[in-house]
Design a protein around this ligand. Structure first.
Ligand code: SIN
Length: 296
């Protein structure tokens, strides 16, 4: 059950350094290692920073794939993605985003064009993504793209005009991975078997964060239509809300360096990657998504 809404307290007395990454969301944690961060002694505090800032970042981290999976498990059950062709390093829990071809050269193809549109990981599942832990291996040179942008969906809710808030009150959107994958990556859609594993699912458009008790918009690119509304009307409203909740002043753009580990909260943020020249540069990231609750 949701508790009374917790105001984020970004001035707590932390047993490590916390430096905001922007006025929107995100903080960098320094003064402890990632290993310390997931230790029983410190994890509760680190988790508090994660809830307050919606995104935490550790720089200069050596994180072998097996350790990433082990660390991600501190946040909860790690999801095994239905698109098994993306599993990496022999760990089904790892989802690779890499444009390297089999000869170790840039392939000229974006690995997952769905990631270029505002979305929240695993919103197409009944139990949606709670957090995502992403690690940066290789990146295009600075200024050549391949950033990740984050938008705050608590504020996204506040930004909506009263008339739209009224329209979506109590409404649910249907999130459908078969729809979004085909739309953005049509040459490589889900197989019939994969599609059957992830049937469309209804989630409230305004969800209550199960830990902070705050209201957040829960839509993004996997949301196809709105229950009880004509299909085209619902589609148009979803697109309109995705735009209204992501104005420039509600976005943090992260310019990655190699060896960074970030964890973000999928329950109150949207994110998207920015493009880069996939035939010239290499970008290799690996991601673990932690399964959360059924939104309410
Ligand atoms: C994602 O959408 O989960 C990955 C974003 C990125 O590649 O920057």
């Amino acid at each position: 059950m949701a508790q009374a809404a917790l105001k984020p307290d970004r001035t707590r007395d932390w047993p490590f350094q916390v430096t905001p990454l922007s006025n929107v969301l995100g903080c960098e944690i320094t003064g402890i290692t990632l290993e310390d961060a997931v230790s029983p002694k410190l994890f509760a505090k680190v988790y508090e920073a994660f809830l307050d800032y919606e995104l935490i970042l550790f720089r200069d981290v050596d994180l072998p794939p097996a350790t990433q999976v082990a660390f991600a498990k501190n946040f909860g059950e790690v999801n095994i993605h239905v698109l098994s062709q993306y599993h990496g390093y022999g760990h089904p829990e790892i989802y690779m985003l890499s444009n390297l071809d089999k000869d170790g050269k840039p392939s000229g193809k974006h690995p997952d064009r769905g990631t270029l549109y505002w979305h929240t990981d695993g919103s197409w599942k009944e139990r949606t993504g709670q957090a995502t832990m992403m690690y940066s291996e290789t990146l295009p040179p600075p200024g050549r793209g391949g950033e990740t942008q984050f938008a705050d969906m608590y504020r996204g809710y506040e930004l909506l005009p009263a008339a739209i808030k009224k329209k979506i009150e109590g409404k649910r959107a249907i999130h459908n991975f078969t729809f979004s994958r085909k739309r953005r990556h049509g040459e490589d859609p889900l197989t019939t078997k994969q599609s059957a594993e992830v049937p469309p699912v209804a989630h409230p458009i305004v969800r209550t964060h199960p830990e902070t008790g705050r209201k957040a918009i829960f839509l993004g690119d996997h949301a196809e239509y709105i229950e009880g509304m004509p299909y085209d009307e619902g589609r148009a409203l979803i697109e309109e809300i995705n735009v209204l909740t992501t104005p420039p002043d509600n976005i943090y753009s992260h310019v990655w360096k190699p060896r960074e580990c970030m964890v973000w909260d999928n329950r109150c943020t949207l994110h998207r990657a920015t493009g880069f020249d996939e035939s010239q540069y290499v970008r290799v990231m690996r991601r673990c998504t932690i399964t959360g609750d059924r939104p309410f």
